[in-house]
Design a protein around this ligand. Structure first.
Ligand SMILES: NC(=O)c1ccc[n+]([C@@H]2O[C@H](COP(=O)([O-])OP(=O)(O)OC[C@H]3O[C@@H](n4cnc5c(N)ncnc54)[C@H](O)[C@@H]3O)[C@@H](O)[C@H]2O)c1
Length: 251
């Protein structure tokens, strides 16, 4: 017996909604862009790297796709993204991890400031600007990516201190922004992934053996949790940070 294809329940649909996905050229962001079009959203994908390949792949899936390549830290760039509105949702996945231990660098301050700029200041600026834009356009939802490193300090001392500090900070940013946004009809939440199999963790083979699941998470496993928090199914969730770590950290 075959089960007839059913339309998505409204609570899990993003039909007719425009969603920005940052960091969409790679890893978790790329997976979010695919999941968003599967839920019926039109997507505006951003990355500082080329988006040509992901745009071709998304369109091959029937996705309604716009691209805006550029560095989110550049002054005025966030305004350019918003000018492509009205925007309903944001999956903010752009982030960096410098591999060299901070204090092995000649200029640790430079790397520290760069990590904080991308991983903390950008979420603050995006969250403020998009909350106001979404509030003027009937409300919306924002999901940002924290990390288990922001809960624990890092899976080991090999996690750079600037990265762990930035992820602890972004958890606070998510909570702060959510308080500012919720009364305006905008829900802001986050996920805190454990080690995920993306270019960010390439070469880190020791991690998987130590995890309860024996494997890293997949980008799509993060993307569906991000999507759940963007859909109307999460209409009473604000300021939450969902642990998505395969049981490696239980808070
Ligand atoms: N992979 C993991 O194990 C893991 C675990 C916890 C949290 N995270 C977080 O998830 C998010 C996505 O990570 P990923 O694993 O997919 O990494 P990734 O390196 O595969 O993708 C990150 C993308 O962000 C883009 N980016 C970086 N800085 C940018 C900027 N200033 N402007 C525009 N684009 C920029 C990069 O070009 C890249 O394409 C990051 O915030 C990361 O810290 C990842």
């Amino acid at each position: 017996m075959t089960i007839a294809a059913r339309a998505l329940p409204t609570s899990l649909s993003l039909e007719g909604k425009k969603v920005i996905v940052t960091g969409a050229a790679s890893g978790i962001g790329r997976a979010c862009a695919f999941a968003a079009i599967e839920l019926g959203a039109s997507v505006l994908v951003n990355d500082r790297d080329s988006l040509d390949e992901v745009a071709v792949d998304l369109r091959a899936q029937g996705g309604d796709v716009e691209t805006l390549q550029g560095d989110l830290t550049e002054p005025g760039f966030i305004d350019k993204l918003i000018a492509k509105g009205p925007i309903y949702g944001l999956a903010h996945c752009a982030g960096i991890l410098g591999r060299t231990p901070l204090h092995d660098l000649d200029d640790p301050r430079e790397r520290f400031m760069e990590t904080m700029d991308v991983n903390v200041r950008v979420p603050v600026d995006l969250g403020i600007a998009l909350t106001d834009h979404m509030a003027e356009n009937g409300g919306g939802a924002i999901v940002m990516i924290g990390s288990v490193a922001g809960r624990t300090g890092g899976t080991s001392l090999s996690t750079p201190i600037d990265y762990s500090a930035s992820k602890g900070a972004v958890h606070v940013v998510i909570r702060w922004l959510s308080r500012r946004a919720v009364g305006k009809g905008v829900l802001i939440n986050g996920i805190a992934p454990g080690p995920i199999d993306t270019p960010m963790t390439v070469g880190n083979t020791t991690i998987a053996d130590k995890l309860p699941t024996g494997r890293k998470g997949r980008p799509d496993e993060m993307a569906w949790m991000v999507m759940m928090l963007l859909t109307p199914a999460a209409s009473y969730v604000s300021g939450a940070i969902l642990d998505c770590n395969g049981g490696s950290y239980v808070g």
